[in-house]
Design a binder for this molecule. Sequence first.
Ligand SMILES: Nc1ncnc2c1ncn2[C@@H]1O[C@H](COP(=O)(O)OP(=O)(O)OP(=O)(O)O)[C@@H](O)[C@H]1O
Ligand SMILES: [Mg+2]
Length: 600
Amino acid sequence: MQSAPPLVPDAQGAPAAGPVQAPPEGLVQRLRRFIPYVQHVRRYWVVVVVATVVGATTEPAVPALMKPLLDHGFSASAFNPWLVPAALMLLFAIRGMAGFIADIALAKIANEAMFTLRRALFGRLLDARLDLFRSESASSLSNSIVHEIQNAIIMLVNALTGLVKDSLAMVGLLAYLMYINWRLTLIVGFLAPAVAWIMRTASRRLHRLAKSSQAATVELAYAVEENVLANRMVRLHGAERAQATRIEVLNLALRRLAMKSSVAQAAITPLMHMIAAAALSLVIVIALLQADRGMTVGTFASFVTALLMLIAPVKRLSQATSPMTRALAVLERSFDLVEHTPAEQGGNHDPGRARGHIAFRDVTVRYPGGSGNALERFSLEIEPGETVALVGPSGSGKTTLVNLLPRFLEPVSGAVVLDGQDVRAWSLPALRRQFAMVSQEVVMFNDSLANNVALGAEIDRERVLRALEAANLSDMVATLPQGIDTWVGHNATALSGGQRQRLAIARALYKDAPVLILDEATSALDNESERLVQDALRRLMAGRTSLVIAHRLSTIEHADRVAVLDRGSLLELGTHAELIARGGLYARLHALSRSGGPGL
Ligand SMILES: Nc1ncnc2c1ncn2[C@@H]1O[C@H](COP(=O)(O)OP(=O)(O)OP(=O)(O)O)[C@@H](O)[C@H]1O
Ligand SMILES: [Mg+2]
């Protein structure tokens, strides 16, 4: 992972955290953010421009052909009757070819942009500061990377193709109009501000609506995701109606926003047609008034044809803004995610394998939005090879403490030190190589058993088998038709809770890291399996620094020392015997668990 290719085009120079900037106003400025993702296919832009220019120049040629046809074709016999049709065929052949080439080149650009942006987004997902996952839901992130950019880029590129083609056609036709009668063209040109006003107003409104409906879509996806995850609980608790109402509200909002933007969009066409009709009326009146002053039928017909041909591109241009603004609204979210999400920052310290000396020095941790500190000026030193048990009531900060080691969390103050170096000075990949962790929530990939055990490392089948055996999973593996090549399925839900936990233990065993962190690693096991797994874990802990969190005190009796946490502070520290002798919280809880009462 650390040697991945540069994933984010301009991530290095990207501003740190900071507030997300308001989207810049102008369309061109907003399109600019797109450039880094398509810069490397510059050649194709050239092709697009050349092909489009060629296509556009054929546009005024059609009305230009009308002029000789009407002025001479129907009167003088000297005019070759094949000339105009032949020219027309040639013209459309050129135009078709140019259009084809431009479309292909644009498709190339679109797909490149999609590829690059998706890579950048996923790259950011891999190296983002972990706050990202606290502020963004899984559905919104996966929706961005999987669907949104695909739809948006296709929409954007189609709109852009149209925009370029139609603007050039418009320029070509206008130039021709100016050429045959510039005064008349200028008079018609007075209607241009009206067109511009309609386009701008509509585009602003559509952009606003697109932003809102995007936010509503993300929220809807999130609500659906939660309902999929919690489907059993929703039914068991009869929460269907409440959930249906929740979706209904979002669904209604989306319907309302979609209708609003349809209305805004539908209003454009009749308005544009009115302007076109006004332009045409003006031309007819003036042309008729000027008829005796040298305006031929050919000129008039040619002018009107060019003017009528102008309507289509102008109309399409006015409508191109809607998909474009919608697409941009979506893409801007992705750009923000890539450019404004700060990456994790590590140091350079990389001494290879750590000895495993750990020190927490006056560490205070506070979760954003949490009430009070999860850890309060916590200090603890752990020698290399030592096994320390962390015990304490639920919510006392045990998981928080171990999450500090691989820097899944940052302390507000104080320092976490591994082998004499602040963990912030360690290179992140080097730091994370030092820890094997079985965490409270086990997460598995939809991959083979072997890949889940090796996770990211080379697969050594022998070692995978040994790790599975040590985790007391060999019996289960023996019943699988494909052995360790069996796919475990979506988050390994086909396995029992205990099997999943043993798989996580096998993963930790396989990693063979100098520091072992076990957070309730055997809580889902029955006594018999626990005893078997404990043996393997005990063998594994030999020679490694180990932090073991367990509510069942039987699990931690072999620890060198026990640290008792209470509300984020270290309450007691000593060997099992010492703490029993002291007669404090640990001794009381131990007595309770002995007498069959609840553990810690
Ligand atoms: N993501 C979070 N956001 C806000 N507060 C949190 C978060 N995670 C934990 N906390 C709070 O921090 C405190 C310590 O939590 P922690 O998970 O470390 O407890 P624990 O000792 O591991 O408990 P348990 O034995 O139940 O696993 C708790 O009060 C909890 O509410
Ligand atoms: Mg915990």
